[in-house]
Design a protein around this ligand. Structure first.
Ligand SMILES: Nc1ncnc2c1ncn2[C@@H]1O[C@H](COP(=O)(O)OP(=O)(O)OP(=O)(O)O)[C@@H](O)[C@H]1O
Ligand SMILES: [Mg+2]
Length: 426
């Protein structure tokens, strides 16, 4: 049994899945139809919605409760039709030959196949749904890509929304009780608020601030501050690109505890996507070039007072240059330069093998394991010595993997600093 609460408290029965009652019931009803051998109007079901709200949990709980083998496949791992068929096709075929094995095929990250060029994946998935003799459950965070239209048509679409505060509170309190932890409602409410309806991250936060203690006080929440950084940068970017005045743009950086060089890289890398009009873009880049000169001087001559001039130029200069907006929503992206500099190839290999181990144990894709779980696991093994061992054993991490997880933070900070420096040289 893992020491990770997200897994320890994963619902064992459908009744334990909190929230989204309508979709949970519709799923149960759909499964019952399969069991009765009815010819179904929709042969597959597509559960969609944000992360950490119980989509995968529902399927696993149903399987456990009703004696199904849940065969998990990750759509984004599929390279081509042949491979896809080998995974899903075979399992569905087996079930028809051998009627005794009850199977549910769970295809995670269906939105992942739409993002790639190969249309083969979608065509194969379509065929598999048509031919399937076992229930196929697809899962996606965002199923509305036009390329997925043919798949949507074949599926019963069940929406999962962010969980409500009361629903999350209920689950956190149950966990506190089961763990024998004394914690105030106020602390749990803070956890719920910052998780924005994502129960996985609320439970992870809860376990992280608990750090093995039996009494959790308010100040324990401070430990969470730094992990919010990426989201804070996204918020700042949203402001910078959407305000109309220099003053408002400048305010976006207030209270943001991130190196100015890093913020600069974020703004620069997102500018071409956020500013579609060529003339606007020229103005924005000109402002950024000026800010870069000033920042270079700040760094070289330690003339800190110049920062005062750099900030309004790199924020406000971009804000007022943006007279036209993209026609649709364009999401902000993590600067590729920082991402690349963050890891050497050895480090990437290490991260990959860690991610694969996490993914296998926690019913996640490797990409989700990296984004959703690795930071928490790293935090927990670095902050609670007792737990490090247990976690390492559970995931079967090697010594070097565990070392990487323990030192992950320092290395990340270093890479950020390197990114800033490299940018100026290059
Ligand atoms: N509705 C819920 N009821 C009870 N526990 C939940 C619920 N949603 C999430 N959890 C907790 O969070 C963990 C992650 O949930 P789950 O894997 O079901 O998320 P998901 O919706 O599939 O997210 P993703 O889109 O990232 O795959 C579970 O192991 C469980 O501990
Ligand atoms: Mg899932």
């Amino acid at each position: 049994m893992t020491e990770l609460w997200v897994e320890k408290y994963r619902p064992k029965r459908v009744a334990e899945v909190v929230g989204n009652r309508e979709s949970v019931e519709a799923f149960t009803k759909w499964m019952k139809q399969w069991e009765l051998g009815r010819l179904l109007e929709k042969k597959a079901v597509l559960l969609y919605g944000p992360a950490g709200v119980g989509k995968t949990s529902l399927v696993l709980a149903y399987g456990k409760e009703h004696g199904y083998d849940v065969v998990e496949v990750n759509a984004s791992d599929w390279r081509d039709e042949a491979r896809m068929k080998a995974i899903v096709g075979e399992s569905s075929l087996q079930a028809t030959l051998d009627g005794s094995t009850k199977k549910i095929i769970l295809v995670d990250e269906v939105d992942g196949i739409a993002g790639r060029e190969d249309a083969g994946g979608i065509a194969a998935l379509n065929r598999i749904i048509t031919e399937a003799r076992v229930p196929i459950v697809l899962v996606a965070n965002n199923p509305w890509d036009p390329k997925l239209a043919s798949i949507r048509e074949k599926c019963l679409m069940l929406e999962f929304r962010r969980l409500k505060k009361a629903e999350m509170m209920k689950r956190l309190k149950e966990i506190a009780e089961a763990e024998g932890i004394k914690v105030s409602d106020a602390v749990l409410e803070k956890l719920v608020e910052r998780s924005e309806g994502d129960l996985r991250s609320a439970i992870n936060d809860f376990q992280a601030i608990t750090g093995g203690r039996k009494i959790v006080e308010e100040h324990a929440l401070e430990a969470l501050g730094s992990r919010n950084r990426v989201r804070e940068i996204f918020d700042a970017l949203r402001m910078i690109f959407n305000v109309k005045s220099i003053r408002a743009a400048r305010a976006a950086l207030e209270g943001l505890e991130v190196d100015l060089d890093i913020v600069y890289t974020w703004i620069l890398d997102n500018t071409p996507e956020q500013i579609p009009d060529p003339m606007d873009l020229v103005d924005a880049l000109e402002a950024l070039a000026k800010a870069d000169l000033i920042l270079a001087r700040v760094n070289k001559k330690q003339e800190w007072r110049l920062i005062r001039y750099a900030i309004p130029i790199m924020t406000g200069g971009v804000a007022i240059a943006r007279r036209h907006k993209p026609s649709g929503f364009v999401k902000f992206s993590f600067p590729s330069r920082i991402r690349l500099l963050q890891s050497t190839s050895a480090e990437r290999e290490l991260r990959k093998s860690i991610a694969q181990k996490i993914a296998a144990k926690l019913h996640l894709s490797t990409s989700k394991a990296l984004s959703q779980m690795l930071p928490y696991i790293s935090f927990m093994v670095s902050n609670d010595s007792g737990m490090g061992e247990a976690i390492a054993r559970f995931f079967e991490f090697t010594e070097s993997e565990l070392n990487y997880l323990r030192g992950g933070k320092a290395e990340e900070a270093q890479a950020h600093r390197r990114a800033g420096r490299r940018r100026r040289k290059g």
